[in-house]
Structures are given as structure tokens and as C-alpha cells.
Design a protein around this ligand. Structure first.
Ligand SMILES: [Mg+2]
Length: 128
């Protein structure tokens, strides 16, 4: 990847096994970290990208979340809590709208592999 970007990276179900807010206080520290997650993020950090973890965890879970990240030895710049939660809602996912020049998105499918270029279909604003 030539240009540096801000990676917005989810935590539960992405960096480690899904740990819902309701049980996260007790189960975060024992949640299994996915293979290569730390290595992948740390490589992007080393390349100069900005790493922002963006999680639907409640603000009251910040302390245990930061402890987990510290224990994992993962490098990041920012931790944003309280992403709108879609678990048990009518919402199918997130659609990011921004005026920045580069927007890309990935659904984590269980493996931290290298990023590759692919032609995909996305919903975008119609031309004016
Ligand atoms: Mg998640």
C-alpha cells in the first residue's frame, strides 16, 4: 500500500474472539486473540499508518480494554469506544460516509491476510 491511511479496526470478533459488552468485564482478558492480528496491526503501525481501534464496547469497559491491548503488545494511536452497536438490532452493518479522498472497507472474515486489490460492488452516491 503506497499511501498512508487511518485504519479503523474493530476489536471483538476482529482482534479477538467476540466478547459482548454484557460479559466483557469478566471475559476480556481471557478472550483468545486471533492468529496474526497483533502482527498485522503492528506491521501497519510500523509502516506509518495510523491505527484507531473503533469498538462498540461501552465506555465503562475502557480500562479492561486498554489492559487487554497492553497485554497483547499491540501498537495503536487511538481507542474509540461506543461505536453504534448493531448486535440485536435491525441494522445489517455500517456504511461510512466522509469527504476524505480515500475510503475503503473490509469485512473481517476470520483471517489476517495481506491486503489485496479486488473489484467489488459498493453503494456510492450517484453522479451529479
Ligand atoms: Mg465486532
Amino acid at each position: 500500500m503506497d499511501e498512508k491511511v487511518v485504519f479503523m479496526v474493530d476489536l471483538d470478533g476482529t482482534m479477538w474472539e467476540d466478547t459482548p459488552n454484557e460479559v466483557a468485564k469478566e471475559k476480556t482478558m481471557s478472550a483468545k486473540v486471533f492468529p496474526k492480528a497483533v502482527e498485522w496491526v503492528n506491521e501497519r503501525h510500523k509502516e506509518g499508518h495510523y491505527i484507531c481501534f473503533f469498538t462498540a464496547r461501552w465506555e465503562e469497559l475502557r480500562e479492561v480494554t486498554e489492559a487487554k491491548l497492553k497485554e497483547m503488545n499491540v501498537k495503536y494511536h487511538k481507542l474509540l469506544m461506543e461505536k453504534p452497536r448493531i448486535r440485536h438490532t435491525e441494522y445489517a452493518g455500517y456504511h461510512h460516509i466522509d469527504n476524505c479522498s480515500i475510503i475503503r472497507a473490509n469485512r473481517f472474515e476470520g483471517a489476517w491476510t495481506p491486503l489485496v486489490k479486488k473489484e467489488i460492488t459498493v453503494h456510492v452516491f450517484d453522479d451529479v
